[in-house]
Ligand binder design. Structure first.
Ligand code: FAD
Length: 456
């Protein structure tokens, strides 16, 4: 049996921990069953956002008449877009491997536990007093063996399809649908309910649905009853909520209907590590599992499922393991964005969550058109919404829909992190007329509402 100081299982974000532990002189084993770098750079955030760059330009040309410009797309070289994206993906695994020094031993294969501190890979046993589980998630298996998930399209292989059907309503489904549609592939989205992005604040979600549906062919309240693959086409029988049925066909079929943890591969039944009913690994405020010295970070815990969360968790455990200081970690705020047309950004509580929690709050919601830069976009829908604590001016939540929402949100995030008080958004100077000015009316309105509530 080989003995290490630290074993890292899963070379996604946690490969940084392995790299830094190796640099700090620790003897480290890192086990990975697929590409080093994990989901984000190989099959997730990065390639999907590279695609969105192409979608944005295509949409801008499609919508140029809004600016009295008569332009049209003559040709989109989809094969070249796929090739460029694949070039990035191919570079990831070797770049990650190069980061490790001689103290880090790479094991390629599936790791599974033999006991609390013994892990087996390809029949070889490894042990360490500290083990970091960072095994992430994988897409739910599609209902037809030839159908794709987001994992199957990165790298994008073969000839791009002429038509695609995408099943799902979450952020991955929306981002991929937007891309395929924008680059001219005949795209249809199938959504089981009436909702898209159901976790977003309902006001912002409603605007999103209205705007997103303008570009995309979406069948709401619709599921696939039966699917067959005949003559290189998926032939689908669709069933609608009102009981009617219809048929639909496309060259490609992609399911983006959720993700499941990879913990089934770990044989946790051989350990005292506990999992939730959905198979995610339970942990305490130190990211430690029920077994002392065994930690879980990133998507494998099922808590945040975002790359920036995984990165922060890995950094924290790294500090614990390398500096020996056990400290609890809680995220003050967990922002996220959906990189579609339109773009959404969000942090903190939605109005539905505040209601469910029975919290006191005031809301303020404003369009962006008071800002000249926002006016130049010639879009009426962009909007900012705040939820504020009526007793303290504290921002409980902020939600935006509109171009560059994800960038604009960082201003709100900075205030929330430093000294959470919405009044700072009014006190500060804005570069006139930067897009961020569009935040001001909602902030000013919110301040007025809190003042009124305090005077009652
Ligand atoms: C299409 C898509 C778009 C996304 N876009 C965004 C975005 O815009 N912003 C954002 O914040 N997040 C986004 N995410 C989520 C983000 O990718 C994840 O939150 C992040 O990658 C989680 O990192 P991780 O290290 O926990 O897991 P992963 O990166 O998934 O790494 C886990 C690794 O463990 C390996 N592994 C699993 N089981 C074993 C085993 N038993 N033995 C050995 N190795 C094993 C896997 O092969 C994998 O490489 C997106 C995800 C997808 C799928």
């Amino acid at each position: 049996m080989k003995t290490f100081d630290i074993i890292v299982i899963g070379a996604g974000r946690a490969s940084n921990l392995a790299k830094n532990a190796g640099k700090a002189g620790k003897k480290v084993a890192i086990v990975e069953k697929a590409a080093f770098g994990g989901t984000c750079p190989n099959k997730g955030c990065v390639p999907s956002k590279l695609l969105i760059g192409y979608a944005h330009v295509a949409r801008a040309i499609e919508e140029s008449s809004r600016h009295f410009i008569d332009a049209q797309i003559n040709h989109i070289d989809v094969a070249k877009i796929f090739e460029e994206t694949n070039k990035h993906i191919e570079s990831v695994d070797p770049a990650y491997r190069r980061k490790f020094n001689e103290n880090v031993e790479i094991f390629e294969g599936v790791a599974s536990f033999v006991s609390n501190y013994v892990v087996e890979v390809n029949g070889e046993q490894l042990t360490a007093p500290k083990i970091v589980i960072a095994t992430g998630t994988r897409p739910k298996k599609p209902e037809h063996e030839r159908a794709w998930t987001s994992d199957d399209i990165f790298p994008l292989l073969g000839t791009p399809p002429k038509s695609i059907t995408i099943v799902g309503s979450g952020f991955i489904a929306c981002e991929l649908t937007n891309f395929f549609d924008a680059i001219g592939i005949e795209t249809k989205m199938l959504v089981r309910s009436q909702k898209l992005l159901s976790n977003e604040d309902r006001e912002i979600g409603t605007i999103f649905k209205e705007e997103f549906s303008k570009n995309i062919d979406i069948a709401f309240d619709t599921s696939i009853e039966r699917v067959a693959y005949v003559d290189n086409m998926f032939q689908m029988n669709l069933v609608h909520k009102d009981g009617t049925t219809s048929t639909h066909q496309s060259e490609a079929l992609l399911y983006a209907t959720g993700r499941v943890p990879n913990t089934d591969t770990l044989h946790l039944e051989n350990t005292d590590i506990k999992t939730t009913a959905r198979g995610f690994i339970e942990r305490d405020g130190y990211f430690e599992t029920a077994v002392k010295g065994v930690y879980v970070v990133g998507d494998a815990s099922g808590e945040n499922m975002l790359q920036h969360a995984a990165a922060a968790e890995v950094n924290h455990v790294q500090k614990v393991l390398l500096n020996g200081k056990a400290q609890k970690h809680t995220f003050k705020y967990m922002p996220h964005a959906v990189f579609t047309d339109p773009e959404i950004a969000s942090v903190g509580l939605t109005e539905q969550q505040a209601e469910e929690l029975g919290l006191e709050y005031v809301t303020s919601s404003s369009g962006w058109l008071a800002s000249a830069k926002a006016q130049s976009l010639r879009l009426k829908y962009p909007r900012t919404k705040f939820l504020i604590d009526p007793k303290s001016y504290k921002i409980l939540g902020c939600h935006m829909v509109g171009p560059e929402s994800s960038s604009m949100m960082h201003q709100v995030l900075a205030i929330m992190h430093l000294d959470n008080d919405v009044r700072h958004l009014k006190e500060m100077l804005y570069i006139h007329p930067a897009l961020n000015e569009a935040l001001l009316p909602a902030a000013v309105k919110a301040i007025g509402k809190v003042r009124a509530s305090l005077q009652k």
